[in-house]
Design a protein around this ligand. Structure first.
Ligand code: ZN
Length: 174
C-alpha cells in the first residue's frame, strides 16, 4: 500500500523511519512494555527511565512498517524531559488528532503532526498509535505498581477489528 502523504510530511516520516531515535538501550529502565499490531505485523518495545516523575531516558525499538517505526521514533524524541502526566496528555492529543477530533494546530505535537495524513488510511492509524498504546499501558501498570501486559492494537477499547494481516515488509513505501 502506498501512502500519499504531503511531500514535506513524507520527508519527516521517512527521516524518522530511516534513523529512528531512541534505539539505544538504557542503562536501566523503570517502565517497559511491548506492543504488537497484528493487522500490520508491527512490533514495538518501549522503555522509560523516570526520576522524580520526569522522563530522563526513552528507549523505543520498533519493527514493522514505516508509520509504526516513525511514530515510535517521534515518541522517543518528544517524551524526553516530560512528566508522566505530560506524556499521557501528548498521547491523548495524538490519538485525537489521528481520529480527526482535533487539528494539529490545536495541539503541540512536534514531528507527530506529520502523521496526520495517515488518518486517510484507517487501517494504518493503528500503526501510528501502536507505540502510544504501548506507552499508555506501561504507564498505567507502573502507577499500579504492576508489570505491563503486552499491548495489542486489537484491544477492544481501541476499536480494534480483525483485519488483513500483511507480511512484514520493511521496504514498504510510505
Ligand atoms: Zn504498520
Amino acid at each position: 500500500m502506498s501512502l500519499e502523504l504531503d511531500s514535506m510530511y513524507r520527508e519527516v516520516v521517512l527521516d524518522h523511519y530511516k534513523q529512528p531515535r531512541g534505539r539505544c538501550p538504557l542503562d536501566r529502565h523503570d517502565i517497559e512494555n511491548e506492543g504488537f499490531n497484528p493487522v500490520c505485523g508491527d512490533e514495538v518495545k518501549i522503555g522509560l527511565r523516570i526520576e522524580d516523575g520526569i522522563i530522563l531516558g526513552v528507549h523505543s525499538l520498533g519493527r514493522g512498517c514505516s508509520i509504526s517505526v516513525a511514530s515510535g521514533s517521534m515518541l522517543a524524541e518528544i517524551l524526553q524531559g516530560k512528566t508522566l502526566e505530560e506524556a499521557r496528555s501528548i498521547a491523548e492529543d495524538f490519538r485525537r488528532m489521528m481520529h480527526g477530533e482535533i487539528t494539529p494546530d490545536e495541539a503541540d505535537l512536534g514531528d507527530l503532526e506529520a502523521l496526520e495524513g495517515v488518518q486517510k488510511f484507517p487501517v494504518r492509524i493503528k500503526c501510528a498509535l501502536l507505540p502510544w498504546t504501548t506507552l499508555l499501558d506501561a504507564i498505567e501498570a507502573y502507577e499500579r505498581g504492576a508489570r505491563a501486559e503486552k499491548s495489542t492494537t486489537e484491544d477492544p477499547q481501541l476499536g480494534g477489528r480483525p483485519g488483513i494481516v500483511h507480511k512484514n515488509d520493511e521496504r514498504r513505501s510510505v
